[in-house]
Design a protein around this ligand. Structure first.
Ligand SMILES: [Zn+2]
Length: 209
């Protein structure tokens, strides 16, 4: 198995790791992007249960290792795919699950949502600014792929039962405005090339690489 496919969109670098976490039926189900009504923000504190507080995301290997543990966890739960479409580490944006597929991130709302996860536990500490910028880029790309605006909500802001969680941590209200400001900034920067960007991000990925 090869490593991430690194590609550039203007000034931005995206690490495409969809081929490392291929969505397999029956767990992986394609659902129409027309039905998407929410873009969700998560943290992975829920998956790590606070046990990996020393994560700092310095190296690519550390990031990949953490993404693999998400995937292993998801498969153990019978979810059949990587849970989220995009993942933002401290330094890198990963395209993890093809946008055509629903993930497994919000109870009874996986078909209507597309999701980005921030690596880290933000129960008491908020994400650093650089990570918010990277996550904002992910949200901009999701908006470009679905080709319209959709509200951005934290996992906990979804209606019950999906929202019965503290994800992405109690600090969310403090960083939501910065996250959306970064989303707007990156979206504006990508607007001229939105068509090409959408084409790049919705290309079929090679199977069994
Ligand atoms: Zn969540």
């Amino acid at each position: 198995v090869t490593g991430p496919h690194r590609f550039e969109l203007g000034p931005y670098v995206i690490h495409d790791v969809r081929h490392l976490f291929l969505a397999q039926p029956p767990g992986a189900i394609a659902t129409p992007l027309d039905a998407v009504d929410t873009i969700e923000v998560h943290h992975d504190g829920v998956l790590f249960d606070g046990r990996d507080k020393n994560y700092n995301g310095t190296t690519l290997d550390e990031d990949i290792q953490r993404l693999r543990s998400h995937h292993t966890h998801a498969l153990a739960q019978g979810w059949g795919s990587y849970p989220y479409q995009f993942a933002a580490s401290r330094r890198r944006l990963f395209y993890t699950l093809d946008m055509r597929y629903r993930g497994s991130h919000a109870k009874q709302r996986n078909s209507q949502g597309r999701a980005l996860v921030l690596l880290g536990d933000f129960t008491t500490a908020q994400p650093p600014n650089g990570q918010l910028s990277i996550a904002g880029l992910g949200l901009a790309l999701i908006r470009i792929i679905i080709d319209r605006r959709a509200p951005v909500n934290a996992h906990t802001e979804l209606p019950s039962p999906a929202g019965d969680t503290v994800c992405p941590g109690a600090t969310w209200p403090r960083w939501k405005p910065s996250l959306l400001a970064f989303r707007n900034l990156h979206h504006a920067a990508l607007l001229d090339t939105a068509h090409a960007t959408r084409a790049t991000l919705t290309e079929e990925i090679p199977q069994g690489v």
